[in-house]
Design a protein around this ligand. Structure first.
Ligand SMILES: [Zn+2]
Length: 121
């Protein structure tokens, strides 16, 4: 009856991600707390956070970045390429993401199975 550890962690990370995302609209500090928990679960296991999810997290405090809620989003042009500049409201950290790939920057990965992927080692 022993459960597969990776699967447990997978579900736990999905759960933490959902909470972090949801709570960002109410309490960004709590979003950061759950974001950190998710990162810690990922570190302890063979799971890694999906790149699309990482894009939505502040690289410093790990809160979920939502425009006009937990962060400010601006489109800028750098070397003729469009970049999305996110500024975290919680810790003021800026991050730039290329805008060409995902033209719809408000698009969130809603599929829970997309949250994490297993590293094949
Ligand atoms: Zn932050």
């Amino acid at each position: 009856m022993k459960k597969v550890q990776g699967n447990d962690s997978f579900q736990r990370m999905n759960y933490l991600y959902q909470i972090s995302k949801h709570i960002a609209q109410i309490n960004p500090a709590l979003s950061s707390y759950y974001g950190n928990l998710m990162v810690n679960v990922a570190k302890k296991t063979v799971l890694k956070i999906h790149p699309e999810i990482k894009r939505q997290m502040c690289k410093k405090c790990k809160c979920t970045l939502i425009d006009n809620v937990s962060a400010k989003m601006r489109i800028r042009t750098k070397n003729k390429a469009k970049v999305i500049e996110w500024t975290c409201n919680t810790c003021d950290t800026k991050r730039n993401l290329p805008a060409d790939k995902n033209r719809d920057h408000t698009l969130w990965v809603e599929k829970t199975e997309a949250v994490v992927e297993v590293i094949v080692s």
